[in-house]
Design a protein around this ligand. Structure first.
Ligand code: OOG
Ligand code: MG
Length: 264
């Protein structure tokens, strides 16, 4: 979909993704038609899409990094990190089940929610500066739902699709990251009581705080930042797994705590 100028029509592409989500129907990836869709234009589509969410009353509560671990990059065939926005609509209440019928082809993945105590603004934010701005970490599980057929996309496609963001759950534990070594933090991810994935914090760009710094420095390119009171997810620490009604998902972070929810 192009404007008369020949440039991609950002608003129309955002609407396509918005409707795919609303109608729970996967669409062909945007680059099937627009093979020259740039990553910058894709972020403009993402902003337009998130703008449609906020205009209907949603509030941005978090920024997430994505494809920050080798595991995820290899699983999705995209070798570069991305970011996306989480709104209040996407966050499950404590104990709330995941209603899979609301989604197209949901997948779950283990995450670390990091609560931001002081505005974190790039460019040039370092690992230590990112860490200093985080007041607490919590176990989290992200639910992805690509709006594209077969959960298949290029870098530009997934950026436009708000990094496949759909739902997320956050555990009640809150632990000061300065009492932990986030790089060595162990993680166990279970589906129906079976261990599906194990990893350590170093899986995410070498250190979760490096991934947060990446997100903040990338946001600075468009004049945005992580405000105090928000939270950030550095990206899945291991592969994502498809879920169906009846499944129970659980993540456990060493010295932090655990979180589980069931799928209906
Ligand atoms: C893209 C989103 C990736 C992560 O943590 O790596 C992501 C996808 O895999 O569909 O959220
Ligand atoms: Mg994720």
């Amino acid at each position: 979909m192009r404007a008369p100028s020949g440039q991609p029509n950002v608003a129309a592409l955002a609407e396509r993704l918005f409707h795919a989500e609303r109608d729970r129907r996967a669409i062909p990836r945007l680059t099937a038609e627009l093979d020259d869709l740039s990553v910058d234009t894709a972020y403009a589509v993402q902003r337009a899409l998130v703008g449609m969410y906020t205009r209907r009353g949603e509030r941005i509560v978090a920024v997430k990094g994505g494809l920050t671990s080798r595991a995820k990059q290899q699983q999705m065939g995209v070798e570069e990190p991305i970011y996306g926005m989480i709104t209040d609509r996407m966050v499950l209440e404590v104990g709330e089940p995941l209603r899979t019928a609301e989604l197209i082809h949901p997948r779950v993945e283990p995450e670390i929610a990091c609560f931001v105590a002081a505005d974190l603004r790039g460019p040039g934010v370092t690992r230590d500066e990112a860490l200093a701005a985080i007041e607490a970490v919590a176990p989290a599980i992200e639910v992805l739902d690509s709006r594209y057929e077969n959960f298949s996309f290029t870098l530009a496609d997934v950026v436009a699709d708000n990094a496949s963001s759909a739902r997320m759950a956050i555990g009640t534990a809150r632990v000061n990251p300065r009492t932990l070594d986030l790089r060595l933090m162990g993680m166990v991810f279970e589906l129906n009581g079976e261990v599906m994935e194990t990893a350590a914090g170093a899986a995410i760009l070498g250190h979760p705080a490096d991934a947060i710094a990446w997100v903040v420095n990338k946001l600075a390119e468009v004049g945005e930042y992580l405000p105090a009171g928000s939270f950030v997810m550095p990206g899945a620490i291991a592969n994502a797994h498809a879920v169906a009604p009846g499944d129970v998902v659980r993540v456990e972070l060493d010295r932090v705590g655990s979180l589980r929810f069931s799928c209906v």
